[in-house]
Design a protein. Structure first.
Length: 161
C-alpha cells in the first residue's frame, strides 16, 4: 500500500464540485488567496465561515487550538493519472473538542462542526493507486464516518438489523 500523506497542493480547488442535496464541508470562502492552476492556496488562516463560527462559540481566533485537516481530491476536482494516488488538500481547522475513539470535532471550512480522525484525515485515505481496470466513482467528500454514517432506510415494516 502506498503512503497517502502526500504534501498538500493547496487548500481547495477554485471550482467547487457541489451537489445541492449534499453537504460539502471542505469548501469555504478564503480571503486573499493565491490561485495557481485552479488551486487556491495561502490567504487568511480561517475562512469567513470558520471565523464567524469561532466568534459565535466564544473562542479566540488568535489563540484557539487548531489542527491541519487533510482530504484527498476527487477526480472532478483534480485529475490524477492511473497508478497514482489522488492529490491532497489541507485546511487549518479550529478544534472544538477531542472525542473518544481517537476522533476530533473541528470547525470545517464551511463553518459547521465536523468529526475527523486524530491523525488529521477527514476520511480514511485511499492507499491503493488507481488501476486501469478500476471503474470507480471517487465520491470521498464524506466524513470520518464514511458511508457507514449514512442513515439506513427500509421500505418494509420489519426492523432493520
Amino acid at each position: 500500500m502506498a503512503d497517502p500523506n502526500l504534501p498538500p497542493i493547496g487548500r481547495q480547488p477554485s471550482v467547487r464540485q457541489v451537489a445541492p442535496s449534499i453537504r460539502t464541508p471542505w469548501y469555504g470562502n478564503i480571503v486573499r488567496y493565491d490561485d495557481r492552476d485552479g488551486i487556491q492556496s495561502g490567504g487568511e488562516r480561517w475562512t469567513t465561515q470558520q471565523a464567524a463560527a469561532i466568534l459565535q462559540r466564544g473562542l479566540d481566533p488568535l489563540t484557539c487550538e487548531a489542527m491541519e485537516v487533510r482530504r484527498q481530491a476527487v477526480n472532478a476536482e483534480v485529475w490524477s493519472p492511473v497508478g497514482s494516488l489522488p492529490a491532497v488538500f489541507a485546511f487549518d481547522c479550529p478544534i472544538i473538542k477531542r472525542m473518544a475513539g481517537g476522533k476530533v470535532k473541528v470547525i470545517a471550512p464551511d463553518g459547521q462542526p465536523k468529526i475527523v480522525f486524530a491523525n488529521g484525515w477527514g476520511h480514511h485515505p485511499i492507499r491503493r493507486p488507481s488501476q486501469p481496470e478500476d471503474g470507480f466513482s471517487q465520491a470521498r467528500i464524506l466524513g470520518a464516518g464514511g458511508s457507514g454514517a449514512r442513515p439506513v432506510f427500509s421500505t418494509t415494516r420489519r426492523p432493520i438489523r
